[in-house]
Design a protein. Sequence first.
Lengths: 110, 234
Amino acid sequence: MARRDYLGEFEHIVLLAVMRLGNDAYGVTVRREIETRTERDISIGAVYATLDRMEIKGLVRSRVGEPTAARGGRAKRHFQITRRGVAAVNRTHEALRNMSDGLVVARSFA
Amino acid sequence: MTSNGSPGRPPRFAAWLVELFTSTEEADGVLGDLAEEFNENVVRDGGVAARRRYRRQAWHTIRDLALSPLNGPSPSTTKARSLLLTMGIGLAWFVMTWPIGMATNAMARGIVTRYPIDAYIPASVLWAGVDLLALLVTGVLAAIVAPVVRLRPMSVALAVVAVMALVFAVDYPLAVWLFGPPGGQQRTLAFLALRWLRGVSMFGGAILIGAVIGRLSTTSSCAKTQPVGQAASR
């Protein structure tokens, strides 16, 4: 695997959140999904900085929706995982599985 | 400037700062998300708590966006950033020496020949003014060029100021170490600290002000500024 295809810890979490949310993945929902499942307090800025970086890498793509009144007349930016992003998640999971395979500490938490 | 507005509206100054630190492409998404959460918080916790949470979120968002170009970029963006930095340094050098430097020199020569203002304005003040003007223009240009390579204008300006702070921290001690103290006078640590603070605030400030002007000049025209407090009540 090329070095650039490795996912950082936060990239990994954000990508999984985007996958879970499907068509409803945008800043607010991604942030909430991560907060709910990991109990980490993160900012919208951290989510966007990571998603922008992953978009440059081709792991996600974004599209701008229609402006809505509930958002002060500003549009949502929806994110969707790409085929390359799915492959990166799978590779990362495989690497983690391989690294933890046979470890007593990992088995005790399984 | 203070955060003003009614409790049903997000703090204007915080929203403006967030917009400043985002790129034009992402400004709508980020500010819209903050506004959406603000509206929900107003209904759930009231205006005062919602405004407090908005300010906290805005600060964390600015911090994360401002530092993001320095965090683990991909190889392609590293190249782009290196290119931009090289361009920036070249641009700063170019702007400082020509045409503004030359034009200002010519103008200053003409004025000094005609009016003896050199008797009233020390040369160092004149040159500091020329440098500040050049850095201001550099900040504007860097902010306009940055989005072309998908960089956040204010993050670039902050990176330049960080490099400048590093240079100011080592240049004088290095010169003293190499050539000895000027005029044989020993400098105290307080003198070096004050010199560093003055240099960074004056010259770094000029770049940042230039970047703010550049960022505001490229503000997306599609961004609507409908009051979110009213939107929530609909």
